[in-house]
Design a protein around this ligand. Structure first.
Ligand SMILES: [Zn+2]
Length: 325
């Protein structure tokens, strides 16, 4: 667990060791809170009814604690918790567009092998939620949907540079030097996790936003979300657009504002399972001595805030479509 998370842990819900899980507890929960605020009362109740009809297994180990009493907010991080037991879902949280290519030109299917990426996952789980009459299948599809609409808006989940979406890029973060965290060769702090969690936690601490609801309120007060949305079915074309915009932000800001800049890695033909792969990418990136602090976050936090807002409003539109008659 990073120092930033430890500091913040006394203030609000924190997160376990989930290195590649996209937005951390704060980000996912904030997206859910925003969506809940935006949808109409009838949709909100329909979402709750489906979740309550088949509650999360109390034996499942949860990374975010304390548990949120609101079933919609609590549902937002379930997909990360089940990765350890539903191994087939591991690839559903991201799409690995190589940093070197233009995602808008490239098509996505070759980066979504077997339909196992966040774009297909959102479309598939939406259809399952609509079609299923099994209460557990329906509740789980809804939980996946709430989570993945968040994930696709985390820019580092729509890009990779042969580095597991920045998970293999060690960063000295506000003076905290990176160390190897496990035998898989991942580092902490690293670029991906800073986007997931540390930047949001630092922002909340600095702004005295003690809860995720307070962060959601800040995003609303900043005028970033509409008061209502129209229903919108998540088609492949629509979700691709979301992923491509995330990809653009990852390129121009996520990687583009790093000092020093990181050279383009060759496109890998096989998924990278560890930072020891791709000719010890983690060790090679360590030699760059990447360091970031306030100037970088002055660029990234507005992007993160905007992406959380978009995720919240798009999730609201998707939920309205899911529960339309
Ligand atoms: Zn995720």
């Amino acid at each position: 667990m990073t120092r930033a998370v430890l500091i913040a842990g006394v203030l609000f819900a924190t997160c376990g060791n989930s290195p590649a899980f996209a937005w951390g507890c704060q980000g996912h929960r904030t997206v859910a809170i925003l969506a809940e605020r935006i949808v109409d009362a009838k949709t909100r109740q329909a979402v709750r009814d489906v979740l309550v009809a088949s509650p999360i297994d109390p034996a499942l180990e949860r990374f975010c604690f304390p548990k949120d009493p609101d079933p919609i907010v609590d549902a937002a991080t379930w997909a990360d918790d089940v990765r350890g037991v539903m191994h087939e879902t591991a690839e559903w949280h991201f799409i690995d567009y190589p940093l070197t290519i233009d995602a808008r030109q490239a098509g996505f299917t070759k980066f979504c092998p077997g339909g196992n990426c966040v774009i297909d996952a959102i479309v598939t789980q939406f259809k399952k939620l609509r079609a299923s009459s099994d209460k557990t299948e329906k509740a789980n599809a809804l939980r996946f949907l709430i989570h993945f609409v968040g994930d696709v808006h985390q820019p580092l989940h729509s890009v990779t540079n042969g580095d597991r979406g920045g998970n293999c890029v060690p960063i000295t973060y506000f003076g905290e030097t990176p160390t190897t965290k496990n035998h898989g060769g991942s580092f902490s702090p690293n670029l991906h996790h800073i986007w997931d969690t540390e930047t949001i936690v630092r922002f909340m601490t600095a702004q005295k936003l003690k809860t995720n609801a307070a962060l959601a309120q800040r995003i609303i007060d900043d005028g970033l979300v509409p008061t209502g949305v129209k229903a919108a079915t998540p088609t492949i074309a629509r979700v691709r657009g979301w992923a491509e915009a995330s990809n653009a932000a990852a390129k121009t800001i996520g990687y583009g504002k790093l000092l020093p800049l990181i050279a383009d890695e060759p496109i890998l033909t096989q998924p990278l399972l560890s930072c020891t792969g791709n000719t010890k990418i983690g060790d090679r990136m360590m030699q760059l001595h990447e360091s970031l602090d306030a100037p970088y976050e002055a660029e990234t936090m507005p992007v993160i805030e905007k992406q959380l807002a978009l995720a919240g409003q798009r999730l609201a539109a998707v939920l309205k479509a899911a529960f339309a008659n």
